[in-house]
Write a protein that binds this ligand. Structure first.
Ligand SMILES: C[S@@+](CC[C@H](N)C(=O)[O-])C[C@H]1O[C@@H](n2cnc3c(N)ncnc32)[C@H](O)[C@@H]1O
Length: 282
């Protein structure tokens, strides 16, 4: 992190204007997250999950009020052993980093992880989700959390999407950001990769011809493709799907929310696969 700090040291900081804290606060901007390939995770659970998952850790920040807590010291020791800077800070600094009142008492700066698309080779009963130009960080975080809940392997972000490593998206994942693999691709790269990959590509569309409960999703990898919140799937992506499914709706709403539709699809796929597999949790 900051030049004044040697990795592993514990530093007490009382001002949000401290250069090391300013550097952490700068992670609120995507360009800074991209430049350093870093992001901020808030809360003891997320920080613990990240450390247990072996994620690269650059800094651990905790509230001075919690300094005497054994679990905070344990986590700080773990992060310190991995070379992270350790910052003991007051409430004002915590609120400035989290950009809200009542911030979490423990925060961590971690390294981003991206899988190269070419290294993804779906096999067996694996489920992958692909999202076309997802815009809303809350939707993306919720989808990552839902993908984790059904044991999906990962999420591929297609085209210009919101950043899964933004603070809002990470918050919405409730820790699942550390359990689900992430990749990104342009539309042409995604379509080229798809041609080389095994499995069923299932798109969802308001004009889908197939009821989402009809296909047998078992016995092969499934790649679920979801459309953009405003525009739905573009023709080029829709045309690449083996099946284009509709979730039938009553009522007057035009469509389901993207994250809700993804959840409905993922649980139906899981239900279909469970008929044959006992590997998954019931
Ligand atoms: C909010 S909807 C998009 C609505 C958009 N106005 C459209 O015309 O497609 C976002 C995505 O959720 C999925 N979706 C929402 N409701 C659906 C439904 N009833 N059946 C199938 N997919 C649905 C589709 O992938 C859709 O692209």
């Amino acid at each position: 992190m900051n030049g004044e700090t040697k990795p592993g040291q514990v530093r007490e900081i009382t001002s949000p204007a401290n250069p090391a804290i300013k550097e952490i606060r700068a992670l609120a901007l995507k360009k800074n997250r991209d430049a350093g390939k870093r992001f901020l995770a808030e809360g003891l659970k997320l920080v613990t999950d990240a450390l247990e998952g072996g994620w690269p850790v650059h800094a651990l920040i905790y509230g001075k009020r919690m300094a005497g807590e054994a679990h905070v010291q344990a986590i700080a020791a773990k992060a310190r052993a991995r070379g992270a800077d350790i910052f003991e800070v007051n409430d004002k600094v915590l609120a400035a980093i989290a950009r809200r009142d009542n911030p979490q008492m423990v925060l961590g700066v971690f390294g981003q992880r991206w899988m190269p698309l070419a290294s993804i080779r779906p096999e067996g009963n694996e489920v992958w989700v692909a999202l076309d130009r997802v815009r809303d960080p809350g939707n993306l975080g919720t989808i990552l959390r839902t993908a984790d809940c059904v044991g999906a392997k990962g999420v591929i972000l297609v085209g210009e999407t919101t950043d899964p490593y933004s603070i809002e998206a990470v918050r919405a994942t409730m820790g699942s950001i550390f359990n689900v693999q992430l990749a990104r691709a342009t539309v042409p790269a995604f379509l080229a990769w798809r041609k080389e990959s095994r499995g069923l590509l299932v798109g969802t569309h308001l004009e889908g011809a197939v009821d989402y409960r009809e296909p047998d999703y078992s016995g092969q990898p499934v790649l679920l493709l979801m459309g953009n919140e405003q525009q739905g799937l573009p023709a080029e992506l829709a045309a690449s799907c083996d099946r284009l499914c509709l979730i039938p709706m009553d009522g007057k709403a035009d469509s389901l929310n993207l994250a809700v539709a993804t959840g409905v699809m993922l649980f139906e796929i899981r239900r279909s696969v469970l008929k044959l597999s006992t590997d998954l949790r019931r």
